[in-house]
Design a protein around this ligand. Structure first.
Ligand code: ZN
Length: 313
């Protein structure tokens, strides 16, 4: 009797369950790094299943994909990358994975900045000539640090998801619009907060050359102590030059960036007596549960630290 009941229940329930599973099956999407993962979750909601290749706190510049990443990409219908030369390891991964889906380049249409040896006349200055010489003429990939570019990323993602999954196009578009509105609000708030900061105080010195777009968008002078790759370690000569420059520019705070040159920055702070203003997030989100674990959260975290340093007496 007991056996009969179990069998009957399974027979009755299976077809309905199977239909529901098919109807709700989310679009498998892979993103190269955590910031794009958050954007796709915002736009895709329950209609997508997102796999992020470089996890939170990972460094996309030095990442080495594993067979697990190739399997995830091989099973995906959509791949979202930043572009602008950011994911140098991606072409090999695509080849290894056999990925045949739709590739969305989130930065499509962004006004790209170039990383140059000589940034004179530009508010974005690089204070590590030895490293800067290596990367002359390449594009700066860190476009997402300007929220206007982030809005463009969101629209590109919504367009791509709609193309890959037309059934949910209206939902992708609606979520994208609501998200862009939140990004606009954050952008306006930050501009209002900055308005009271004199321009000579708006100087950002950080250990990784990732805030060029940010500086250009918000009128902040950016001094980076090493070049674009967070692998770089400044030489003794470069360090001495940095200390001199930091004194010359009356830098009020130095900022660390996750995973890069903490030792060098602490050494510079000790030599110059300039305080460390905290840890900025540039190329990665923080782990879930922390303030900087979303794109907007990261922007609010970074700008909060900067405002504190800019307005400190
Ligand atoms: Zn970077």
């Amino acid at each position: 009797m007991k056996k009969f009941w179990v069998g009957a229940l399974v027979t009755l329930c299976m077809p309905a369950f199977a239909q529901a599973a098919v109807a709700a099956s989310p679009l498998p999407v892979v993103t190269s790094f955590s910031i794009l993962g958050d954007m796709v979750r915002e736009v895709g909601g329950d209609d997508v299943h997102v796999t992020v290749i470089v996890p939170p706190l990972g460094d996309p510049h030095t990442f080495e994909p594993s067979p697990k990443d190739a399997r995830a990409l091989g099973a995906a219908k959509v791949l979202v990358v930043n572009g602008l030369g950011f994911e140098s390891w991606m072409p090999r991964l695509i080849q290894a994975s056999g990925f045949g889906g739709l590739k969305i380049v989130a930065s499509q249409g962004v006004h790209a900045r170039e990383l140059k040896d000589d940034d004179s006349g530009n508010e974005h200055e690089i204070l590590a000539p030895a490293h800067a010489a290596v990367k002359g003429g390449t594009l700066d990939p860190h476009a997402w640090q300007d929220l206007s570019n982030g809005m463009l990323y969101v629209q590109n993602i919504a367009g791509g998801l709609s193309q890959a999954d037309p059934t949910h196009a209206a939902a992708y578009e609606a979520r994208a619009q609501a998200y862009v509105a939140r990004l606009k609000t954050a952008d306006t708030q930050w501009r209002e907060q900055l308005a009271s900061v004199p321009s000579d105080r708006r100087v950002l010195a950080t250990s990784h050359d990732a805030f060029g777009y940010f500086g250009a968008a918000y009128g902040i002078r950016v001094l980076s102590v090493v070049g674009v790759s967070s692998e770089a370690e400044p030489s003794a000569r470069v360090m001495a030059d940095l200390v001199r420059q930091i004194r010359k520019h009356h830098i009020r705070a130095l900022f660390l960036e996750h995973g890069s040159n903490t030792r060098a920055m602490n050494q510079i702070a000790a030599e110059t007596g300039v305080k460390i203003g905290g840890e900025l997030f540039a190329d990665t989100l923080d782990t879930p549960g922390h303030k900087a674990s979303t794109y907007l959260g990261m922007f609010r975290w970074n700008t909060g630290l900067l405002l504190k340093a800019f307005t400190a007496q």
